[in-house]
Design a protein around this ligand. Sequence first.
Ligand code: HEM
Length: 536
Amino acid sequence: MAQSKEPQGIVALLLQPQVLPFFLIALVYTAIKLLDRTDIPKIKNLPEIPGLPILGSLRELGDNHAANATRLAKKYGPVFQLRLGNKRIVFANTFDSVRELWIGQQSALISRPTLHTFHSVVSSSEGFTIGTSPWDESCKARRKAAATALNRPAVQSYMPIVDYECTKSLKEMLVDSKDGTVDVDPTLYFARFALSTSLTLNYGIKIEGNVDDGLLKEITLVERQIGNFRSTASNWADYVPLLRLMPGGNNKALEYKARRAKYMYKLLDMLKEKMKEGSDAPCIVGNVLKDPEAKLSDAEVMSISLSMVSAGLDTVPGNLIMCIAYLASERGQDMQARALDEINKVYPNNDAWERCLTEEKVPYITAMVKETLRFWSVIPVCLPRKNIKDIRYGNAIIPAGTSFYMNAYGAHYDETHFKSPHDFNPDRYIADDSVDDASATRGTPHYGYGAGSRMCIGVHLANRELYTAFLRMIVAFEILPARDPKQRPILDAFGCNKMPNGLTSDPKPFAIGLKVRNQAMVDKWIADSEERTKDL
Ligand code: HEM
């Protein structure tokens, strides 16, 4: 007997003309309700930014989360909650609120949330960097190993590498400027400085070529792109799961993941080859591979390497070149004169170039490093955090598992903490007892390196790199505005950035002029550095 094709039972009931419209409305309502759910329910007693269904405040925060959150904080207060797609975020926007949460609650605020594009697509085979790892025993072990390799005494032992790399970059910049007759863009010289230093520490391998070196260009480009997949602002698919279904949505992420894997394994193989030949230099990965007691797996060594290659690559040069951009400006001319004067007072015998490797005795240069980290805020929204325990903030209880975003830019431009925050003024970091309002000199100077339990572990290395490069640039050159006004930099933390939704600021290209202060001295300093580091 032929089977009936008529719908039966509940299906037949739902398709009846009197029932169907109600059924469809209920279906759409349930779908919206499901898509509109957040990982953490609304937190009581914490201001909330109103948002759209499903998208939440994605449109409101736009391309520039730091700028828009700073604007919203004026209306909603220093700490507010909002929804980005299906994630609830607590945003802290002022200096004191960041201190209260990131430092005051550091044992609870120790984990990192995962984001779809970076964690599930880009990192699916090589694993996470330390800075993107949720807190667990493995993260603790990797962080500890890397932090030990980057602690203050360890960094002091790496200063010959900084000497070598800094000299190489300044010398090449001078040659390319044809002894000051042509303006130069400092970006790639300092990218090589930062990358080659990190590669030498991690693998004992340098970037041997000049600033056109293929490996330098590939790593710089790929890491920048991958950094953008980590940004809180560039991928709506991180927040709205429906968008992950779009065909081809992951193609770019997959392309850069493959390109990164290629150089990461190439560097590791180069080191292993050198170890076989016995020609390897002491380095972090070599030490782990040779240590039979080492408790780190291959995957954990890869995670440390990914962190070492990427962490200083955009951040160190971003700070360096923007301070140099400022020094090249009209106002920067007085600042250079002041800095040179302060250097000469401490080093009347022209030996600052070498002595800066072992000591940090010019407070004005130290202050310039801090002010650069504050003013340019190269990671405007710090790497996100997640709390592993409930946190009380005012009358609100923020449940474990909530994502926290630190608006470092907002905190750095907080007028209740920094006087005239829009002025680039290293003096704010020089303690002066006669000034009442010296809040910048008390406690944490800035959040350029984040704060609390997951603060940057490259801080000592980065500070030494910045101090050495600033001091050497100033003693060697008069840094001048580019001859062509169109090539002069934009001197504003947001205006200078060509990628406002990236993780780190990506300065627009610009040029500076260089005039050697004393050719004979510069030649001598370079020759002495080359002699000191010839066996590296
Ligand atoms: C001026 C240069 C640098 C800046 C501005 C910077 C900034 C930061 C920031 C904002 C964080 C997040 C901190 C937090 O969540 O509180 C971080 C984490 C980190 N940084 Fe840096 N960094 C710099 C250089 C370096 C260098 C040179 C290295 C290593 C070679 C490094 C290694 C790391 C690592 C491994 C983490 C992750 C720490 C964790 O999650 O536990 N950084 N950095």
